[in-house]
Design a protein around this ligand. Structure first.
Ligand SMILES: Cc1ncc(COP(=O)(O)O)c(C=O)c1O
Length: 390
């Protein structure tokens, strides 16, 4: 049988990057006590108030078709959220989607054609290559260097631009490195985007998880408002990834063009989840501040324990749910270290290569488990490292 070219372009870009995670789950299912540090799933449940609102809305009949832009209450809540960050935001600047991932996919469908290029940090979130490839575009890496704290540099961005460059896909706080861009770094990057007429798609799914409250966004910079689209969700901020509730915020003219694309694919999102999302965005809920404190403390713990061995180099994150560890001092790259760690010590981590060639010496460790498990995982990483050194 013949399939469309998109299936070839995306082959291996889906679960292929998660092979070690899947192997860890297989071991665990076979009864082996694996410490799973692979995926970025919040370890708290959603606030009970949100679950009650979702159930109430379902019982109240909020189970009918919605509309393509989003339910009025959640669109209104998003207008208020983004109007605090920039003047002049209206409902025409908002589109709702089932999660950041879908928002990314549809936004890219609206910006890119075959042969175009998308610039993104190397390393970057594992699905970016796929959302670019789905459109027929190509992901072009911009090196994120450890010596710069993995912060994208305007000069590195400019060096990667070609006549085919259309979009810069930014992510702050950054997955996997935890880098949080400053307003001045964003201004310098934005200046390059203006000079080369690039769109900026900024993935802000970890906005609420900066460790020192220093979040900045190109959306908030009036000089960049005509070319910036933010994508985000309540997946991380409200520990609700399974609800699939996200959005895009950006220029009204682009969204008028994008709406039929979104409608063709989705025909709206679920009203009862929209009601819960409206509540999440308007009520004081502590989930993200609890996670922020937990993840920061857990990152500190791992930096302390792992830097005890000279062959290991942990990089303290500035936000998000992960920490990256340079394992090249052990003589192994990230993939081989992660494979042996799972085989010999029953700890699953993500190999850096799942996030780009630039991260081949790294592994990514999720901070979403209790301190006792992280202590034990660190002990096992040190055991493997000792064995490799002897
Ligand atoms: C950087 C980044 N963007 C997007 C997503 C997906 O978010 P959502 O659950 O809102 O689709 C993730 C999930 O881990 C992520 O790390």
């Amino acid at each position: 049988m013949k399939y469309a070219a998109i299936t070839k372009r995306l082959a291996g870009l889906g679960s292929g990057k998660w092979a070690l995670h899947i192997e860890g789950r297989r071991k665990a299912a076979a009864g082996i006590p694996v410490i799973e540090l692979t995926i970025g799933e919040p370890d708290l449940p959603p606030d009970p108030m949100l679950l009650a609102e979702c159930a109430r809305a379902m019982q109240a009949g909020r189970t009918r078709y919605s509309n393509g832009r989003g339910e009025p209450a959640v669109v209104d809540a998003l207008v208020r959220k983004y109007a605090k960050r920039r003047n002049g935001v209206t409902s025409r600047n908002i589109l709702c989607f089932p999660g950041t991932q879908t928002a990314l996919f549809v936004v890219m469908m609206g910006l890119l054609d075959a042969g175009d290029e998308v610039l993104a940090g190397d390393p970057s979130y594992a699905t970016y290559e796929g959302v670019a490839a789905a459109t027929g575009a190509r992901l072009v890496p911009v090196p994120l260097r450890a010596k710069n704290g993995f912060h994208m540099q305007a000069a590195d961005l400019e060096a990667a631009i070609t006549p085919n460059s259309r979009v810069l896909l930014l992510n702050t706080p950054h997955n996997p490195t935890g880098a949080v861009l400053s307003a001045s770094e964003i201004a310098a990057i934005g200046e390059i985007c203006r000079r080369y007429d690039l769109w900026i798609v900024c993935d802000e799914v970890y906005e609420e998880l900066t460790f020192d409250d220093r979040f900045a966004s190109p959306f908030d910079n009036p000089d960049l408002s005509d070319r910036t689209i933010v994508v985000s969700s309540i997946s991380k901020s409200h520990a609700a990834p399974g609800f699939r509730s996200g959005w895009a915020a950006g220029p009204s003219e682009f969204f008028d063009h994008l709406l039929p694309v979104s409608e063709t694919m989705l025909f709206g999102v679920q009203p009862f989840i929209a009601d819960m999302t409206a509540m999440a965005l308007t009520q004081p809920i502590e989930t993200s501040s609890i996670m922020r404190a937990n993840y920061r403390a857990r990152a500190d713990l791992l930096v302390d324990r792992l830097s005890a061995h000279p062959a290991l180099k942990p990089y303290r994150p500035e936000g998000g749910m992960f920490i990256v560890l340079d394992v090249s001092g052990t003589g192994l790259n990230g993939n081989d270290f992660a494979t042996r760690l799972l085989e010999e010590e029953n700890v699953s981590v993500m190999p850096g290569s799942s996030f780009g060639e630039g991260a081949r010496d790294l592994v990514r460790i999720s901070l979403t488990v209790l301190e006792t498990s992280l202590e034990e995982a660190a002990r096992r990483m040190l055991c493997l490292t000792e064995r490799l050194a002897s």
